[in-house]
Design a protein around this ligand. Structure first.
Ligand code: SF4
Length: 348
C-alpha cells in the first residue's frame, strides 16, 4: 500500500510528466498488484479519484482512457458487494474504472473459484461495464489448469481481457524459467485456444505487432524508435516512488531490482522527464546487450522483433542464474511463440 504522502507526490510528478508528452492519445492507470478490496475502506476510491483527476487534468479524453485496480474479489458476497457498489459510485464521466481479477491457480481450484465467486464477477461486470483477469504462470500454476480450462473459465464468467504473466525473478526462477518446456507448450496451446474463441489476451498482440513492425521496416532505426517510445509512455512506479521502464513479454515485465535492473529514478529526485530522456538510451543499449550476450540470439531470425519486447529480461535472468544454453536453441519461450505468429503476420 502506498502512503498518502507518496501517493500525492507520485501523482504530482506523473501529472507534470504527462504535460510534457506530445501526441498522447490515451492514458491508462493501473493500481496493482495487491487485492485492493482487502485494503482499508475508501482507499480504492481515493486511488481512483487521483487517477481520474490526472486523466481529466491532462485534457486527453476518449473511450480508451481508464483506471484499473486489482482484486481477487475473494470474500463473502454480502461483504464484497457493498464495497464494489461504493467504489462504483465514485466513477466520474469520461474516466471508466475497471476491476482486474488476480487469479492464483495454485491456491484456487478453477471450477470451485468460479462457482463460489460467480455472483461477485457478475456484479462487477454490471457495475463497471467490464472485468479483466490476470494470473502468473509457474510450473505449479500450469499443472493446476490446462489452457482450455482457463479459456472456459474466462468465457463462462465474461472476462474481457486476460493478462498471462511469466515474470521470472531470482526467487521464482526454478518454477518459471526452470519449467521452460512445459510453460512453452502451455502458452502455445493457450494462444491457439484463445484465438480460436476470440478471447483477447496479452502476449499475442505484442508479438504480432513486433513481427509486423520489423517486417515492414527492418533494422536498428525502428527498434530504437519503438524502445524510446515505450520508455516514454510505459512506466511503472512502486510504493517507494521508484520509476521503472515497463515492457511486455508474456505479460508485463519491468526494469526493477527483482529483474536485475536499476530503476531510472525516484519521484523524490525531481521531474520525470529528464530521467526518461537519459534512461531511454541506456535502456536501448541494455536491451541490445541482453540479447547479444546470448549465443542463440546473435543469429536468430527474430532478433529484431524480440528486441522490441520485454523478452530481454528473461535473457538477463538466465544469465544471472547460471548462463544460457549453448547452441542455437532459444533459451526460453520466445522463439516458439514467434514461430507460431510469424506465418499469420506474413500472410496478413
Ligand atoms: S527468440 Fe529467443 S533466440 Fe531469438 S532473439 Fe529472442 S530470445 Fe533470442
Amino acid at each position: 500500500m502506498m502512503s498518502e504522502d507518496m501517493l500525492e507526490r507520485v501523482h504530482g510528478r506523473v501529472a507534470e510528466y504527462v504535460g510534457t508528452l506530445e501526441g498522447l492519445k490515451t492514458i491508462n492507470i493501473t493500481y496493482g498488484i495487491a487485492d485492493h478490496l482487502m485494503m482499508p475502506d475508501g482507499y480504492v476510491e481515493r486511488l481512483y479519484r487521483r487517477g481520474a483527476d490526472l486523466v481529466l487534468g491532462s485534457g486527453i479524453s476518449g473511450g480508451e482512457c481508464a483506471v484499473f485496480f486489482t482484486t481477487s474479489v475473494i470474500g463473502r458476497y454480502e461483504k464484497v458487494a457493498p464495497k464494489l457498489e461504493r467504489i462504483a459510485e465514485t466513477i466520474v464521466e469520461g474516466v471508466p474504472l475497471y476491476p482486474v481479477v488476480v487469479l492464483d491457480p495454485c491456491k484456487l481450484q478453477l471450477t470451485e473459484y468460479g462457482k463460489t465467486y460467480a455472483k461477485s464477477f457478475a456484479l462487477s461486470r454490471t457495475l463497471f461495464g467490464k472485468v479483466d483477469l490476470t494470473l502468473n504462470l509457474s510450473r505449479s500454476a500450469i499443472r493446476s489448469m490446462t489452457a482450455k480450462e482457463l479459456c472456459d473459465f474466462a468465457s463462462e464468467h465474461g472476462f474481457s481481457w486476460l493478462t498471462v504473466n511469466l515474470a521470472p525473478t531470482r526467487q521464482n526462477y526454478e518454477a518459471t524459467l526452470g519449467a521452460r518446456a512445459e510453460i512453452q507448450d502451455w502458452l502455445l496451446e493457450f494462444a491457439k485456444e484463445a484465438d480460436a474463441r476470440s478471447i483477447a489476451y496479452s502476449y499475442g498482440p505484442v508479438m504480432r505487432r513486433s513481427l509486423a513492425a520489423t517486417t515492414i521496416n527492418p533494422g536498428d532505426f525502428v527498434i530504437n524508435e519503438v524502445v524510446f517510445e515505450t520508455t516514454a509512455k510505459s512506466l511503472q512506479v512502486d510504493h517507494h516512488g521508484n520509476i521503472m521502464f515497463k515492457a511486455e513479454a508474456i505479460g508485463d515485465v519491468f526494469h526493477g531490482e527483482r529483474f536485475g535492473y536499476k530503476p531510472m529514478g525516484n519521484v523524490e529526485d525531481g521531474p520525470i522527464r529528464p530521467m526518461v530522456d537519459v534512461a531511454k538510451h541506456k535502456i536501448s543499449r541494455a536491451i541490445v546487450q541482453d540479447h547479444l550476450k546470448v549465443p542463440a540470439c546473435r543469429d536468430c531470425q527474430y532478433l529484431n522483433p524480440c528486441m522490441m519486447t520485454g523478452f530481454h529480461t528473461y535473457n538477463r535472468m538466465l544469465g544471472e542464474m547460471g548462463g544460457w544454453p549453448k547452441g542455437d536453441g532459444c533459451p526460453h519461450v520466445a522463439k516458439a511463440l514467434f514461430n507460431h505468429y510469424a506465418a499469420e503476420v506474413a500472410a496478413a
